[in-house]
Design a protein around this ligand. Structure first.
Ligand code: FAD
Length: 408
């Protein structure tokens, strides 16, 4: 077994291991590296991800990228500007623009993999960052103090054989995403899943309101549409409970009989083509309330620590703001030595409260709006849904306040 120290030997205790180079891990590795920490980031697969998640970044997320000096990651990926939402109720629709403030308030939608590749490139090009391809299999814990000392991970050699290695650092940051392998050891809260999103890509689909996310208040639950490239539009269909089978054709039938007729007319031809030609992809829509990091030597962040329904597209915004908050919490003048657990733990309590104003708003809105928009046949919820739509129609602050909150 080989032993890897997080980048160069560093007596100042400024080394950090980051597990996972997704949205949070890459942005964090770039940021900490630029701030002078020695970072070892271990990702199981550095090739461009192909996923149906994280494709619309709210204006608040764009601003977080700017603060991190990572706004360039939105360039060169055929990203589409998003100025707000269009909500469709049977026979009615309402536009919900992002409120304008001093700066330009716009979101961006894109192919997730292209954005992540740019974030990863920024991480790799940042000073003090070492990037390794490997799958982290366990966190190494001191049997006496219970402190996390580093990670065990496996790497494939040139012959394709796996070799196990250990890496040690005063601090390990786990950002291994929604299916986190490690959270159960450090978090007592459970992940709950209310529904799945099934996604297709529609080609050259004429959206009724270009440069807007489209939310169709369908039965039994909402459908999202947004352009992710010049020719590509993502559709995400929320399906509560168990997914209909793909193999016996039930899912396709559901798409044709239940979903298709509820879509805006202009979208229907591209949708029918997509369900014939595109492979349906699904992802669970999960809820995980946040927790304060309390174990020495380890911090969980991103989807590993906190998730909300993706209806409102808030996950990346929360993750990028968490990078800003963590950067401040662990600034070198505040915590010169990351091995000083008492200081790090005190900062984790502060981090919990610092992230709350944004994360709670995004989390609560996502969960509440999903409940409302998936009213199904519940008469009370249907009335509330109608009231919510009527409220949006009032315009003015009835739009700018909720959409401003949703936009992070
Ligand atoms: C259907 C769906 C749609 C969504 N749409 C949006 C949206 O439009 N806008 C938005 O803001 N949010 C959206 N989200 C949420 C968003 O995708 C997440 O909040 C965000 O990706 C979280 O970032 P992360 O870094 O925590 O995890 P991820 O981005 O998933 O990154 C985790 C990384 O860890 C790596 N990894 C995992 N295990 C290991 C291991 N053992 N060893 C090494 N590496 C490992 C993975 O390969 C991956 O690169 C959506 C979520 C879902 C489910």
């Amino acid at each position: 077994m080989m032993i890897v120290c997080a980048t160069r030997a560093d007596a100042s205790g400024s080394r950090v291991i980051v597990v996972g180079a997704g949205i949070l891990g890459s942005a964090l590795a770039a940021t900490l590296g630029r701030d002078g920490r020695n970072v070892l980031v271990i990702e199981r697969d550095w090739s461009e991800p192909d996923r149906i998640v994280g494709e619309l970044l709210q204006p608040g997320g764009v601003k977080a990228l700017q603060q991190l000096g990572l706004e360039g990651c939105l360039e060169g990926i055929d990203a589409i500007t998003c100025n707000g939402y269009a909500v469709f109720y049977p026979n009615e629709e309402v536009l919900l623009p992002y409120p304008l403030d001093k700066s330009h308030n716009e979101g961006k939608s894109f192919h997730h993999g292209r954005f992540v590749s740019n974030l990863r490139k920024a991480a790799k090009e940042s000073p003090n960052v070492t990037a390794l391809e490997g799958t982290v299999s366990s966190l190494i814990t001191c049997p006496v103090s219970d402190r996390v000392l580093g990670v065990s991970f496996s790497q494939k050699n040139a012959d394709g054989e796996s070799a196990s290695q250990n890496a040690y650092a005063p601090l390990t940051i786990v950002a291994d995403g929604c299916f986190s392998k490690f959270r159960k050891e450090y978090i007592t809260k459970d992940v709950t899943c209310s529904s799945n999103f099934v996604g297709f890509v529609l080609t050259d689909c004429p959206l009724p309101h270009p440069n807007h996310g489209h939310v169709v208040l369908a039965k039994p639950s909402p459908i999202l549409l947004y352009q992710i490239g010049t020719h590509d539009t993502r559709i995400l269909v929320d399906i509560p409970g168990k997914l209909p089978s793909v193999s016996n054709g039930d899912l396709k039938k559901y798409m044709m009989d239940v979903v298709g007729p509820q879509l805006p007319k202009a979208v229907q031809p591209s949708f029918l083509k997509a369900i014939e030609s595109d492979r349906p992809r699904s992802m669970p829509n999960s809820w995980l309330p946040p927790s304060t990091n309390r174990r020495e030597g380890v911090i969980l962040l991103g989807d590993a620590m906190n998730m909300r329904h993706p209806l409102t597209g808030g996950g990346m915004t929360v993750a990028l703001w968490d990078v800003i908050h963590l950067r401040k919490a662990l600034a070198r003048d505040v915590v010169p030595d990351l091995g000083e657990s008492t200081r790090v733990m005190a900062q984790m309590v502060k981090l919990h409260w610092k992230r709350k104003p944004l994360a709670s708003v995004v989390n609560i809105l996502a969960q509440a709006l999903y409940k409302l928009f998936s009213a199904g046949d519940d008469e009370n919820m249907k009335n509330l849904q109608k009231a919510c739509f009527g409220y949006f129609k009032l315009g003015g602050r009835c739009v700018s306040t909720p959409v401003g909150l949703l936009g992070g």
